[in-house]
Design a protein around this ligand. Structure first.
Ligand code: PGA
Length: 264
């Protein structure tokens, strides 16, 4: 069974000074080194400082997004090569906020194209990360409308298969996939733990169908969407859930450390 993993996604929050204070408090809280892998994903600007502050700890650093071309005229983008240069270990790909409307209905339809990742761009990003030895954290999940239409499995299968197109089984050994139902992100509405476990097991069987049972068994499948210290014990106890991807609750050191302990 793979070591459990808890990832904090800080999203577009915290100045460099605030990010430094948070990671310092977190590494203090986790100084007893629970038997859990821990990753924090700060905004790009805070990565060098957070990397420095985590150097002698077991906390690893991830980015929140990447562009798939190495370098060139792509204003505003950051490549896998650049993340590798900063010794970044992990990177989120296909988060529902980068796939679409940032989960907000009030984003004008005309702007969606600026944010919308597709399964094809997710796949390009994964290949760019693997080329530079970074571990992708692929996010998949259905919207409320898709769930209500009984399309949860179909949506997830399409996202997983699209993301892994042309990726070798051997490259999946350190891979991470996070099941994040879009309707549970930042809403306080958590997926029932048994249902979260069931969908996480479905994610793993989908990975096995395009690779091998061994490779799929080694992938860490996380649950994400309103994970909090009050629900993490139950979620992480489910068969098929190897840890969590935590947004809002990762912005407070003691609470996030409590969530990490739930996985140990
Ligand atoms: P949340 O975010 O924990 O605030 O719901 C999770 C995520 O977006 O990864």
């Amino acid at each position: 069974m793979p070591t459990k993993l808890v990832v904090g996604n800080w999203k577009m929050n915290l100045s460099v000074a605030q990010a430094s204070a948070l990671v310092t408090a977190l590494t203090d809280d986790l100084s007893a080194r629970p038997n859990v892998d821990v990753v924090v994903c700060p905004p790009y600007l805070s990565i060098p400082r957070v990397k420095e502050l985590t150097r002698n700890t077991h906390v690893k650093v991830g980015a929140q997004d990447v562009f798939w071309v190495e370098e060139g005229a792509f204003t505003g983008q950051v490549s896998s090569k650049m993340l590798h240069d900063q010794c970044v270990d992990y990177c989120l790909v296909g988060h529902s906020e980068t796939r679409g409307k940032f989960g907000k209905l009030e984003v004008p339809e005309s702007t969606i194209g600026f944010f919308a990742e597709t399964d094809e761009t997710v796949n390009l990003k994964i290949k760019a990360l693997l080329y530079y030895g970074l571990v992708p954290i692929l996010c998949v999940g259905e919207t409320l409308a898709e769930r209500e239409a009984g399309r949860t499995e179909a949506v997830i299968e399409t996202q997983v298969k699209g993301a892994l197109e042309g990726v070798e089984s051997a490259e999946l050994y350190s891979f991470v996939v996070a099941y994040e139902p879009v309707w549970a992100i930042g809403t306080g509405q958590t997926c029932e733990s048994e249902e979260a476990g069931r969908v996480c097991r479905f994610v793993r069987s989908t990975i096995a169908s395009v690779s091998s049972d061994d490779a799929a068994a080694s992938v860490r499948v996380l649950y994400g969407g309103s994970v909090k210290p009050t629900n993490s014990d139950e979620l992480f106890a489910q068969d098929g859930i190897d840890g969590g991807l935590v947004g809002g609750a990762s912005l407070e050191a003691d609470g996030f450390a409590r969530i990490v302990l739930s996985a140990s």
